[in-house]
Design a protein around this ligand. Structure first.
Ligand SMILES: [Fe+2]
Length: 477
């Protein structure tokens, strides 16, 4: 009898959603091409790397146990190391041999009595699989809760689970804090759920580490917001109509995101908060859409311009369940880079900036965060339904785009690193971890900023599961 072709029942990029068990340190990766000599620092990334524990399985891409990856550059060479983040979520899961804390779309198995006990003493996940950031003097791995995990960016050793100031209440936060160079502080927000729910926007002073509330906005049904916008003077909290009844979060027993409902009639509300006064200076309504990622935002006279990767609705979350991602059913990328001009009338003018379907957007954050800018880098989809199969550089000013792609290759978030003597916004390199499904391994791709062509690649001996975000840090090899 003929063997059934097992590959038919899998997506071509299935490998990117399979567990990587091994933790390695490789002092020198084989490199093709030439790595710029000025590149002296490390790209540190996070992402889910373990999708099952014992007999229990995580449901969603956002759920898997976090692994840290470090590509360090010195003298034209590149080293690699990876370590699981030893969060409480990880340690408990490994010790018990089962998923132990609730994640974005997966709940731990619990008895009725254990669940009741949790109402009084919740064990919130600290599985920092979403983003890496410097907050104060600490480098942390973040998930969407109030518990960042500090680690050593040199050794990748987990140091401790931190917690935002207890005076700033609420379990849920964004994993996309902003850094304000002028004020030398981070901004973020937490959501407090209760009979009266609140968004608490707060800042962390870099020098003192002191956390203080900028503004509290009361809300009946909190929205799911993965990120927020920032200009030089303002923060932009964009409420999409994916909202939750706080009681259901507490009592329904469903995984976190499944308590949220899409209410398109609400539209989208932009809340503009002045950083220095802590005042809500403007709210404006726009037609319905959903987004994970704000890109950049800036001021133009009295107008505020916010660039966002827009999806038509929240079904994009459903497409990112692991069963769906591993299945042969195509995954269309629906994100479009879109500009919202929020005037003081208050009106909102919407303009799509590029036709390319994109996600995981980046730009030259060190120079241009909150300011006028020209270039966006993102992972994109060249072939319809083929997940993220290319990288794109969008020139907003000219309305043009260039892309990089290679057969059987699926790139992750492109991180822009400015060159030390850069005079132009795109003077630097773009770093992206790419999965080659034909070779069943990943490599680090280095593209030239101005031309968006390959400078070099460093090959790994194994695959890296698809991750989300990372950052580049200037420090010794
Ligand atoms: Fe994100």
């Amino acid at each position: 009898m003929e063997e059934p072709d097992k590959t038919i029942s899998r997506s071509p990029y299935y490998l990117g959603f399979t567990t990587l068990n091994s933790e390695t340190s490789i002092p020198k990766l084989p490199v093709r091409g030439v790595i710029p000599e000025w590149l002296a620092g490390a790209l540190v990334r996070t992402g889910p790397a373990r999708f099952e524990v014992g007999d229990t399985k995580y449901n969603h891409w956002f759920d898997g146990l976090a692994m840290l990856h470090r590509f360090a550059f010195a003298d034209g060479r590149v080293s690699y190391a990876n370590r699981y983040l030893r969060s409480h979520s990880y340690e408990e899961a490994i010790a018990k041999g089962t998923i132990s804390r609730d994640e974005f779309a997966t709940n731990a198995l619990r008895s009725f009595f254990q669940r009741i006990a949790l109402l009084f003493s919740p064990k919130i996940t600290d599985n920092g699989c979403v983003n890496i950031a410097k907050m104060g003097d600490s480098v942390v791995a973040l998930t969407e809760t109030r518990f960042p995990v500090q680690f050593d960016p040199g050794s990748l050793a987990t140091l401790r689970t931190c917690e935002y100031d207890r005076g700033i209440k609420g379990p849920v936060a964004t994993a996309h804090p902003h850094f304000d160079k002028t004020r030398s502080c981070n901004y973020n927000y937490v959501v407090e759920f209760g009979r009266r729910s609140n968004y608490h926007i707060f800042k962390i002073d870099k020098k003192t580490g002191r956390e203080s509330v900028v503004l509290t906005i009361p809300v009946d049904k909190p929205a799911y917001m993965h990120s927020f916008g920032m200009t030089e003077r303002y923060l932009i909290l964009t409420e999409f109509p994916l909202t939750v009844n706080p009681l259901s979060l507490l009592l329904a027993g469903k995984p976190f995101i499944r308590n949220y409902e899409w209410e398109p009639n609400r539209g989208v509300r932009f809340n503009i908060v002045e950083k220095d006064s802590g005042k809500l200076i403007r709210t404006a309504l726009a037609k319905v859409f959903f987004a994970f990622h704000h890109v950049n935002a800036f001021e133009d006279g009295n107008d505020i311009l916010s660039d966002i990767v827009v999806h038509p609705d929240s079904t994009v979350i459903d497409r990112l369940y692991l069963d769906r991602l591993r299945s042969p059913e195509p995954i269309p990328t629906t994100g479009k880079l879109t500009r919202f001009r929020i005037s003081s009338d208050p009106s909102v003018v919407v303009k799509q900036l590029s036709d390319f379907p994109v996600e995981l957007p980046r730009f030259n954050y060190p120079s241009n965060a909150g300011r006028h800018y020209r270039y966006v880098y993102a992972a994109g989809s060249g072939a319809p339904g083929d997940f993220l199969d290319n990288l794109v550089k969008i020139d907003i000013e000219r309305g043009t785009a260039v892309s990089w792609s290679e057969e059987s290759c699926y790139p992750g978030e492109p991180v822009f690193v400015p060159s030390p003597k850069s005079s132009n916004e795109d003077d630097g390199v773009i770093l992206s971890v790419v999965l080659n499904t034909r070779k069943t391994t990943s490599f680090l791709l280095i593209l030239d900023g101005p031309t968006f062509t390959e400078l070099a690649r460093a090959e790994l001996p194994h695959h890296i599961p698809f991750g989300f975000h990372g950052n580049y840090f200037h420090f010794a090899h």
